[in-house]
Design a protein around this ligand. Structure first.
Ligand SMILES: NC(=O)c1ccc[n+]([C@@H]2O[C@H](COP(=O)([O-])OP(=O)(O)OC[C@H]3O[C@@H](n4cnc5c(N)ncnc54)[C@H](O)[C@@H]3O)[C@@H](O)[C@H]2O)c1
Length: 285
């Protein structure tokens, strides 16, 4: 091989061999060990109502500096009531199915606060229908929001964390239907989207640990929101609850919040790639 070719082969080999510096999440010697979101800026998709709003409230109650709801619809009374208690809750109109819209929202968060520490990919939808009736367009809508939306929110947030040198945390809202059927209202495609969400966190966690970024998911069971409007209206609900076993009630969205706060906080510095099922052991699985 001529010397020039040898040199260029050697220099390209040394280029590829240069290890990326590993951004460790190891707490400093003076770490306080208090579970808190003090100084943290958190963006939550779909936080104008339901589970997202519950997560926002618990983040704010645990000293988050700013919480942003990235949501498609205009905020309602519940959101405004929380904003009256916590003026550091803000809304940016965002469509998580558009990468451009998510990128603009994340850029706005950083322009306003100088940082972003956490992203909760929570916006999602379901459709209850027998499996034999589903058509392609309905599946595409579910996968576009629940899977593609969560994926690109995570990717855009991760790029921003890396750009800013921030050891960010990403949490996705999966579902107990990622493990087993929802017997109260079956939706095979919805369960599939949530299994995809839970699964992608493992690999994202593995790939992004070198950047100090942690990725986890939470799988709620029955939570009282617009999505579960049908549940308590069911005439045989009490009987079903006895049959399902576990805690015979729906969760208040805020009962999930502590787990999100933990995963967003620096106290979970060695926790990545896991799922936390929060379902009152209803419908044991
Ligand atoms: N409610 C439950 O029992 C339950 C159980 C398990 C998992 N989940 C999951 O929790 C998450 C929140 O559910 P929820 O019950 O609070 O639902 P919800 O319908 O009350 O709230 C969903 C929010 O997402 C927003 N949204 C919808 N499409 C959007 C888009 N394209 N861009 C940005 N925002 C958008 C909506 O405007 C709404 O504010 C979902 O991912 C859902 O699958 C809910």
């Amino acid at each position: 091989m001529p010397p020039a070719a040898t040199e260029s082969a050697a220099s390209s080999a040394s280029k590829t061999e240069t290890p990326t510096p590993y951004l460790t999440t190891m707490p400093a010697d003076d770490f306080s060990w208090q579970i808190t979101l003090a100084q943290k800026v958190i963006a939550i998709t779909g936080a104008n109502r339901g589970i997202g709003l519950g997560i926002a409230e618990v983040c704010l109650a645990n000293a988050a500096k700013m919480v942003y709801s990235l949501d498609l619809m205009e905020p309602g009374e519940e959101f405004e009531a929380l904003q009256n208690r916590f003026p550091n809750l803000k809304y940016i109109q965002t469509d998580v199915t558009s990468e451009e819209s998510v990128e603009n929202a994340i850029n706005k968060v950083v322009e306003e606060t100088g940082r972003i520490d956490g992203l909760v990919a929570n916006a999602g939808m379901t459709k209850h229908q027998p499996a034999l009736k589903f058509e392609r367009a309905e599946l595409e809508k579910l996968f576009n929001l629940n899977v593609f939306g969560a994926y690109f929110c995570a990717q855009i947030a991760a790029r921003k964390f890396i750009e800013l040198g921030i050891k960010g945390s990403i949490v996705m809202t999966s579902s107990m239907t990622s493990y087993r059927p929802n017997r109260a209202a079956p939706s095979a495609p919805y369960g599939a989207t949530k299994a995809a969400v839970r699964n992608m966190c493992h690999t994202l966690a593995m790939e992004w640990s070198q950047h100090g970024i942690r990725v986890n998911s939470i799988s709620p069971g029955f939570v009282r929101t617009a999505m579960t409007y049908y549940v308590e209206k069911s005439p045989d609900w009490d009987l079903k609850m006895q049959y399902y076993g576990g805690m015979p009630r729906l969760a208040d969205p805020r009962e999930l919040g502590g787990a999100y706060v933990y995963l967003m906080s620096d106290a979970s510095s060695y926790t990545t790639g896991i799922d936390i099922p929060i379902a009152g052991i209803v419908g044991a699985w």
